[in-house]
Design a protein around this ligand. Structure first.
Ligand SMILES: [Mg+2]
Length: 377
């Protein structure tokens, strides 16, 4: 066991713009050209390093600029000079050092876990309670406004053994959504289909459209209306036989408690970028399970480093039973930032065994894609 009482002496940041292969449309907005992430590197006195990624999306969680400022200005003083092993104390202070900025807190906790894991020579999942699974079924999103491109993607997914897709709906029109559901039912009956509106429907149109989509019996229908519209979520839930999932309505454990109390959902999308870290993500899943609700491992527009953090969290959280959607590193980014490819095998994300996150970013790629950085010489 390495020395966890040593101090953190290095704290470096990169704000990256990562080119993407296609356009993605969602009910709340689109991503085209690049996605933006912020990478944090911690160093300890013995020269060990730990990395974490923040993956903000301005219409969903927050902006890359706010994330970068939170890490650079407001969280840095809590970390530099602190002991590596004092992760819970650091995260407790971080919770109130800057409001919101959940992606920045997720990056910080990831880097602290990676650093402690590398020093102790154990995987991050072992620091989160131990492993309950070695592979996680992968869901890939169908979200291209040009459906012909997604038909090509479906062929690639089928060849790769991916058996779950999430159809992003509510960004164009209802007929487009129904046409794609019919296509999937007729041409890919082997694929398990989930539907996600990303808040795309108004309260006026939601009841009729959600009822139509439920006729296709998807695994679940996710977040048809705005995050704060809890009463409409619970009304829609009662109206259909298909499970209704909450995503944007539930960020952290506090939201999960309220969502369960008000009966707005049958399950929840757990994302470390929403919950503000891996431990809080585990708490969201456990509250859901205590109320008899399901959970799956969602993500934002992430690179492989954030996928790894989510993978370790799900690997240590038996309550997250519906798989994950860590597809961007393999199917969306032109180039990922990891040294070794993010591991997906036969449609399942492989849980790494090595110390820390079990993989790390290539610093040359961080330098190449950086639009801002704060790196010690
Ligand atoms: Mg969602």
């Amino acid at each position: 066991m390495g020395n966890l009482t040593q101090k953190i002496i290095g704290y470096d940041l990169w704000h990256l713009e990562l080119p993407v292969t296609s356009r993605r449309d969602h009910g709340i907005g689109s991503v085209e050209g690049v996605c933006e992430v912020v990478v944090l590197r911690l160093k300890s006195e013995d020269g060990s390093e730990g990395f974490g990624e923040a993956s903000p999306w301005s219409v969903f969680t927050g902006t890359p600029e706010a994330t970068y400022a939170a890490l650079d200005r407001y969280l840095r003083p809590l970390v530099v000079g602190a002991r590596v092993g004092d992760r819970s104390a650091i995260m407790a202070r971080a919770a109130y050092a800057v409001a919101h900025c959940t992606e920045a807190k997720a990056a910080l906790e990831t880097a602290l876990l990676d650093l402690a894991g590398r020093i102790s020579e154990v995987p991050v999942w072992s620091l989160l309670g131990g492993r309950c699974r070695e592979a996680i079924p992968l869901s890939c999103s169908i979200a291209n406004p040009d459906f012909a491109q997604d038909i090509d993607l479906l062929a690639r997914l089928q060849a790769d053994g991916v058996r779950i897709v999430k159809l992003k709906t509510g960004f164009k029109d209802h007929a487009f959504d129904i046409m794609r559901l019919e296509y999937l039912a007729q041409n890919h009956p082997e694929i398990s289909v989930r539907v996600d509106y990303n808040q795309g429907l108004s309260v006026e149109e939601a009841p009729a459209q959600v009822r139509d989509v439920a006729q296709f019996a998807p695994d679940f229908i996710e977040q048809p209306v705005r995050a704060h519209q809890f009463s409409m979520m619970s009304r829609l839930r009662r109206m259909i036989d298909v499970p209704l999932l909450a995503d944007e309505s539930v960020f952290g454990p506090e939201d999960m408690e309220r969502a369960a109390r008000e009966g707005i959902c049958d399950g929840v999308s757990v994302k470390i970028m929403k919950s503000g870290g891996l431990a809080r993500g585990q708490t969201v899943a456990r509250i859901a399970a205590a109320h008899g609700l399901t959970a799956y491992g969602g993500d934002m527009f992430e690179a492989g480093l954030a996928h790894l953090a989510g993978t370790h969290m799900i690997a240590a959280t038996p309550e997250i039973t519906l798989g994950c959607e860590f597809y961007q590193a393999s199917y969306f980014l032109k180039e990922d930032i990891l040294e070794n490819p993010f591991q997906v095998s036969d449609g399942q994300v492989v849980v790494p065994d090595g110390p820390g996150l079990g993989n790390r970013p290539d610093v040359n790629k961080l330098e190449h894609y950086a639009v801002a950085k704060a790196v010690a010489a």
